[in-house]
Design a protein around this ligand. Structure first.
Ligand SMILES: C=C(O[C@@H]1C=C(C(=O)O)C=C[C@H]1O)C(=O)O
Length: 419
């Protein structure tokens, strides 16, 4: 099962020396990021980790990509000498990573040379490399440049055509044994000068503090959906499905939240997504807890039905193994997932790239956090274009125009962050 496409971007398992020290609070983590494509981020409220530089890395592709990545990570950990005086999630040796949505797509792990983290008011700095260099002084980096001349256009499938694709999916759900399929659209933002990704990251983190704001190798966004978090044997997954747009009027939005929580279409769609996560987690857990009913997650642009699934994992598993088992969940594929994913490939006419794939980080002990790469965009290598993505779960009684409006609402976070 070896994958010839796996390629390392540094010497094969050279010794890595890792040192983590506690530091005084350096302020907002994203303000520390230097310019350049090698900035890495995983931020939730004040907490999270940011990184830059490159101590090691791996690129994988094909159906064994998660296994290849997991094996490479285990060997990297074996060849590391870690002095970590913090011992918190994200301290010590970490790799950021992201994986394509498609099963035959690619993926990458990126071990930065410097990581700065904050958790529950404790801040740390890690330096990672073949030799231990002096611990750098932490100071806010030069501020990011605002995007120049942003111009947003339809991707290859325009709004009218996309509604026809949704109508086709509704017909197929009626005819086949399909319950739900998630269809996505792409929009293109073009800039006059290469995008400084730190600009949208800061805005996303400020405006969507309940989401996980990320950047890994040109893929960025602010996702509300946690595919899997593993921390000291406890696994958590935040499942979202069932969406309503916000109006900006608080009283009206409260009434809409009530109707979302009672909508049989949305509750059914949500149930499919929760079941796909609990079915995938069950073989890895000794105990699991699933709330009876979802809660309503309020974001500035939309509200979602949300369920936090928790479980106690059997020993010897890692966040990457669990992410591989859970991806793609019904929230981004459909139900039954294999049939839905086939229909997506047939009718969506979109190269999803890393959109809706796992994005996050893994630590030396196997703990980590992998979100679903939603409310996101992929920057082209020249930095002059960003491909924005948004999708919706389609069920038998979906209405194409409503789904179009829902997808427009899901473009809002990244679109506004680029303005
Ligand atoms: C597919 C997306 O979102 C997913 C689909 C949802 C829905 O259809 O209600 C809700 C949250 C996400 O699981 C997206 O944001 O692109």
């Amino acid at each position: 099962m070896s994958n010839p496409a796996a390629s390392e971007t540094s010497a094969a398992h050279a010794l890595l020396l890792v040192r983590t020290v506690e530091v005084p609070d350096p302020g907002a983590l994203l303000d520390l990021l230097p310019p350049g494509p090698e900035s890495l981020a995983w931020v939730h409220g004040q907490d999270g980790i940011v990184g830059w530089g490159r101590a090691a890395g791996l690129e994988v592709s094909g159906r064994w990509r998660f296994d290849e990545a997991r094996r490479w990570w285990e060997q990297t950990v074996e060849h590391a000498v870690v002095r970590d005086e913090i011992g918190r999630p994200g301290s010590g040796l970490v790799a950021f990573g992201s994986f394509d949505f498609a099963a035959d797509g690619s993926g990458a792990l990126h071990v930065p040379a410097v990581v700065v983290g904050r958790r529950d008011g404790v801040c740390w700095l890690s330096v990672i490399g073949p030799t231990i260099t002096a611990v750098p002084e932490l100071a806010p980096a030069e501020p990011p440049h605002a995007p120049q001349g942003t111009d947003l256009q339809d991707g290859p499938v325009d709004a009218e055509q996309w509604m026809a694709v949704v109508a086709e999916a509704i017909a197929r759900i009626g005819a086949d044994r399909l319950d739900k399929v998630v269809l996505a659209r792409e929009r293109l933002a073009r800039f006059e000068r290469p995008l400084d990704v730190r600009w949208p990251l800061r805005r996303l983190a400020r405006e969507y503090p309940a989401c996980w704001t990320f950047h890994v190798d040109g893929f960025f966004g602010s996702t509300p959906e946690m595919l899997v978090r593993l921390e000291r044997g406890l696994v958590t997954s935040r499942v979202l499905a069932g969406t309503i747009r916000r109006t900006g009027d608080d009283a009206h939005d409260a009434a809409l939240a009530g109707s979302l929580a009672r909508s049989s279409k949305d509750l059914e769609e949500h149930e499919y997504a929760v079941r796909s996560v609990t079915d995938a987690l069950a073989p890895h857990c000794t105990a699991m807890s699933v709330p009876d009913a979802p809660f309503v997650l309020h974001l500035p642009n939309v509200m979602h039905l949300a369920t936090d699934v928790t479980g106690v994992v059997r020993s010897h598993t890692s966040a990457l193994t669990l992410a591989a088992a859970l991806h793609p969940s019904a929230a981004v594929g459909g139900t039954p997932t294999p049939d839905a994913v086939r229909l997506i490939a047939e009718i969506e006419r979109l190269d999803r790239g890393r959109y809706a794939g796992p994005v996050g980080w893994i630590g030396a002990g196997g703990d980590g956090e992998w979100g679903i790469g939603l409310r996101s965009a992929e920057i082209t290598d020249d930095g002059l274009t960003a491909r924005l993505f948004a999708g919706c779960g389609i069920v038998a009684d979906s209405v194409p125009a409503d789904e179009l409006a829902e997808s427009d609402a899901k473009f809002v976070p990244v679109r506004d962050a680029l303005s």
